[in-house]
Design a protein around this ligand. Structure first.
Ligand code: PAF
Length: 290
């Protein structure tokens, strides 16, 4: 697996691969890879001929109080894992390659509506940074297919909308959330939990499952369900940013007529902010988005 650090050489290589008829797949990441990323890579490999993983800790998606400089950079371990997993190419640019004029003086991509709710309301500018860097990656790699994890449900919805609105000729695949045996969704952030927090963390998914079960059993007072679920989390030591029952497509608060629901939660345990989600359909036809 060759690692490219500059855009021009990566483009030359990909142009040759494209001309020989290969279908290119992209897995964008910020590195610090774990089993969840490798599962996404394997899903991607099934949908294309040549897999490109990008590792770029994107400064424009970090808020002022979020520590961009302390984000774990583990390039050589990541390279070993990707190589062992059969990744074809790695693109690992530095900040000056991606933002040569500085990351603050850059054209941006906004996805109004979807980017401002839920995590967007708590992390202003975050999804604009994500949409901007992913649109740059789409232009650089020109993938036929790209994969994003369903664990970051709002990110997936934002990027699908961006791709549709900007007519990117790329098929976006949603990779299923991978979980530990106790239900905790795999995430780079889990490594920051201490032993006691790690024991409590599965409560996040358990709470979502309880809300889902209540809805499946006929409860339709969504605002009441949200507030009692938040209460449960608070009692278990979480500080909950939101626990919301939303329309799976618009991410707006669900009402009783809504057929495709997603339950989303973001909560902090100590210094670690965890997110998770669960979708359910009340209709015969399953939801197609994201
Ligand atoms: O999910 C991530 O790791 C990042 O938000 C992404 C999509 C790679 C953009 O920087």
């Amino acid at each position: 697996m060759h690692t490219y650090h500059d855009i021009a050489s990566l483009r030359r290589r990909l142009q040759a691969e494209r001309q020989s008829g290969l279908r290119i797949g992209l897995l964008p990441t910020m590195g610090n890879l774990h089993a969840g990323h490798l599962a996404l890579l394997s899903d991607l490999a099934a949908a294309c001929d040549l897999t490109v993983c990008s590792i770029f800790v994107n400064p424009t998606q970090f808020g002022v109080n979020e520590d961009f400089s302390r984000y774990p950079r583990t390039l050589s371990q990541d390279q070993e894992q990707l190589q062992a997993a059969g990744c074809s190419l790695l693109f690992a640019p530095d900040v000056s390659e991606m933002y040569p004029k500085g990351s603050e003086h850059n054209t941006v991509v906004s996805v109004p509506g979807l980017q401002d709710v839920l995590c967007g309301a708590h992390r202003p500018g975050h999804f604009q940074g994500v949409a901007t860097v992913v649109s740059k990656l789409f232009h650089i790699v020109q993938p036929d297919v790209a994969i994003f994890g369903e664990k970051d449900y709002q990110q997936l919805a934002v990027l699908r909308r961006m791709s549709e609105d900007l007519n990117f000729p790329v098929r976006i695949i949603a990779g299923a959330t991978r979980r530990d045996d106790d239900g905790l969704a795999l995430s780079s952030r889990n490594q920051f939990l201490d032993a006691e927090e790690r024991q409590r963390a599965p409560m996040l998914y358990k709470t979502l499952c309880q809300v889902r079960d209540a809805i499946q059993n006929g409860l339709r007072d969504y605002r009441m369900l949200e507030s009692s679920a938040r209460g449960l989390l608070d009692k278990s030591g979480f500080i909950t940013d939101y626990l919301s029952i939303v329309d799976a497509r618009t991410l707006q608060p669900a009402d009783v007529n809504c057929q495709h629901l997603t339950l989303l939660v973001a909560a902090r345990l100590g210094h670690t902010r965890l997110i998770d989600n669960l979708s359910l359909s009340l209709a015969e036809t399953p939801a197609s988005l994201p």
